[in-house]
Design a protein around this ligand. Sequence first.
Ligand code: ADP
Ligand code: MG
Length: 367
Amino acid sequence: MRETANPFTPTFGKIPAVLAGRDALIQELETALMSGGGDPNLCSVFMGPRGIGKTVLLAYMAQRAESMGWVVANVTARPGMLEDIIERATEAADRCVAHHSGPRLTSITVPALFGATWEYRKPASGNWRTRMNNLLDTLQQHDMGLLVTIDEIDPRLEELIDFTAVYQHFVRENRRVSVFMAGLPANISALLSDRSASFLRRAAQHQLGRISEHDVRHAIEETIIEAGKTVESDALDVLTSASDGFAYMVQLVGFRAWAAASQSRTISSERARVGAEQARKDFIFGVVKRTCQELSDGDLAFLEAMLPDHGAPSKVSDVASRMGKTPNYARVYRQRLLDAGVISVPRRGSVSFELPLLREYLENETM
Ligand SMILES: Nc1ncnc2c1ncn2[C@@H]1O[C@H](COP(=O)(O)OP(=O)(O)O)[C@@H](O)[C@H]1O
Ligand SMILES: [Mg+2]
């Protein structure tokens, strides 16, 4: 019998077979896209550490928006972004017409959209705002809005500030526009604190976090069953607990367990344990190590000073004294690590490890 393809997707940016635990947020965003008017979620910012599911959420919402009559331009925050928005929007509008897929497109004739009205294709026809205005006018004639998704927000990119300034005008002019941005917490907070980004500070901010155990369990089980295998209840416990509520880990654990079961129709708890162990190694290699490489010596010293608490919350005052520094000094690093999504604050004055397996990794490194 031919082996069924592994249904898990441990690849960055890849929409999983079952999207776990974002129902409420997705619902909120869909409501905003449906309303079209002044819903604050139409300008949304998503933040969270690497592997939490930001890019996937953008990609998923882009698909949903398209099915609701929005033209979507998906871009990354890097030089050339503004031009890319025009290119991608043009492409998406063309696709929309070609497929006649949008619910509001039934009355459009193809030549109308491909004709001379697509002025904005010509870079000569005015500056970026003018060209965007032309584009939005054309879309509006066909009752379509424009959603721009911007991934990997980089606060150093001038074009982001330019984008925000022009976007503000679109909103004031009551144009049908929406923007979803995503990035690491540190980058988002740096962008929002920029003097010229006051408009963005009013955006709806969504912190993407852990997925509940219940939702993880359900997503893993459903992914396995839909793809034609079954999973023992004990095995599901092992996989759920190894995922630790972290989106990327859900996919790694499922992928490895599926592969470990090979020809077998059922994933046993023994195979699940083998898979979970391999997934832990993948995660340390792919996420934890890379995250640590981006941290400063001071950041790492702070994290190491948390280790003697063995996973229980650490008091910042204890961390400071273990570092041989003042609490004020330690608080600088506490903030940096919070912004990086590496630690969290379970209660005032305390910190915990937030990134899965980081503590285990540091313990082994420093032994
Ligand atoms: N809600 C989710 N449920 C299950 N898996 C998810 C979910 N969101 C993301 N993933 C998986 O997690 C991994 C990381 O997602 P991605 O969106 O690239 O993270 P980020 O952009 O935050 O670094 C991918 O393998 C993706 O398939
Ligand atoms: Mg991403």
